[in-house]
Ligand binder design. Structure first.
Ligand SMILES: CC(C)(COP(=O)(O)OP(=O)(O)OC[C@H]1O[C@@H](n2cnc3c(N)ncnc32)[C@H](O)[C@@H]1OP(=O)(O)O)[C@@H](O)C(=O)NCCC(=O)NCCS
Length: 152
């Protein structure tokens, strides 16, 4: 399994995973925005024998990284790929002096919530109706720098 930065030519395969994983997939432009804007966007992919099997994308906003999307192909779940993608984005954020990683997760997405909590994220709030009426989100955060450090 190779974990590497996403490139523009990955977008077709990335979209295919997105469509398999979500009822309301992101449009192609959303991926293009995050992957092509190398200065503030970031994408990480997991590749198995030349095929993409998972991805994570987000944006750097000031000293924060906003994790917007993560998915692993259904046939490849439960093998630690989600955990590896998160570990990779955390290393990237530490290199770029990012203070915290933030994300929203649906309150009924127990697998993803378990993964984030086990990787050191904590719930710092809720967003009512974030995914539509009656579908709330938890806001999760992982601090990478102590409160007292400059820039934090
Ligand atoms: C969330 C997701 C990315 C996790 O990817 P993954 O590669 O399966 O994750 P990992 O293999 O690293 O497993 C992470 C944890 O989830 C658990 N898990 C994975 N699949 C599971 C399943 N089918 N049932 C129960 N637990 C499961 C694992 O046991 C693991 O915990 P553990 O290491 O303590 O045992 C994947 O389930 C997915 O793509 N879901 C659909 C999209 C989504 O919900 N994205 C997150 C949006 S916030």
């Amino acid at each position: 399994m190779l974990i590497r930065e996403a490139q523009n030519q990955d977008i077709d395969q990335l979209m295919a995973i997105e469509e398999l994983c979500y009822d309301h997939p992101w449009p192609r432009e959303a991926f293009e925005e995050e992957i092509e804007q190398a200065d503030i966007g970031a994408g990480i992919v997991a590749e198995d024998e030349g095929l993409l099997v998972g991805f994570l994308t987000g944006m750097m906003v000031a000293h924060e990284f906003h994790l917007h999307n993560m998915a692993v192909h259904p046939d490849f779940r439960g093998r630690g790929i989600g955990r590896e993608l998160l570990a990779a984005v955390e290393s990237m954020c530490r290199e770029k002096d990012i203070v915290r990683i933030l994300l929203e997760v649906r309150e009924d997405n127990e697998i993803a919530r378990h993964l984030y909590l086990s990787m050191g994220f904590e719930s710092v709030g809720t967003r009512k109706d974030y995914y539509g009426p009656g579908r709330d989100a938890y806001l999760y955060s992982k601090r990478l720098k102590p409160e007292s450090e400059p820039g934090s």
